[in-house]
Design a binder for this molecule. Structure first.
Ligand SMILES: [Zn+2]
Length: 214
């Protein structure tokens, strides 16, 4: 397990000081392991309860997220941990109990003025319609995106950022983005209209405006 004295300096590589302090405080309150993972296209973070010889909870968060996405993902997973402590596996993963705990954590973070004003506003809207993943809340995603460092290569975007009709290239083939359906993005192969589903977190190469008019 990560030692508490090295946790804060590690967290400061990924997020702000008030957030690092907040996470360290929760670390003192619960017995969990925090794993900062490399980019995973399938998820932003995850939680697993104590299992077999592992007596502690485990939370993982992708290390490539911006400082606020990192924290919101952390709170999502911390809500799973708190839900497990109270209900174990007797409730749905993203059911009412989890939503209540996640909302409480977000409200608490807002009270502590951890987020800038625009993210606070987007979270307040998000709180009225909490979904199982922030990637289903476009206002929050678009607001959080403003804080991404432009680490993408020129012309690259994440599928979650696309608008209906956008044309992109992926692994040598051309696709048209249609919409996000449940947890996947519906796209069509060009030419033809064969359906494909993409993870919303996949990076794709945008094709230029001229090509877009195909
Ligand atoms: Zn979850």
């Amino acid at each position: 397990m990560k030692r508490i004295d090295s946790l804060k300096p590690t967290l400061l590589k990924y997020t702000t000081e008030p957030i690092a302090d907040y996470i360290v405080e929760t670390f003192n309150q619960s017995d969990y392991q925090l794993v900062i993972s490399p980019h995973r296209s399938s998820k932003l973070g995850d939680y697993s309860p104590p299992f077999r010889s592992r007596s502690y909870h485990r939370i993982s968060v992708n290390g490539n997220l911006n400082m606020y996405s990192f924290f919101i993902t952390f709170l999502h997973e911390l809500a799973h941990l708190q839900c497990w402590q109270t209900h174990h596996n007797k409730v749905k993963t993203h059911g009412q109990e989890w939503k209540y705990m996640y909302a409480s954590l977000l409200k608490n973070a807002i009270t502590k003025k951890i987020f800038p004003a625009d993210i606070t506003e987007a979270i307040e809207v998000h709180l009225t319609r909490i979904k199982s993943s922030t990637t289903y809340d476009y206002l929050l995603i678009k607001t959080l995106k403003k804080y991404d460092e432009s680490s993408y290569e020129d012309g690259q975007k994440e599928v979650s950022e696309l608008n209906c009709g956008d044309i992109f290239e992926f692994k040598g083939r051309t696709f048209k983005f249609d919409r996000i359906m449940r947890k996947r993005a519906l796209c069509f192969l060009i030419p033809g209209s064969r359906k494909y589903s993409f993870s919303p977190f996949v990076m794709v190469n945008m094709l230029n405006e001229k090509t877009k008019k195909i």
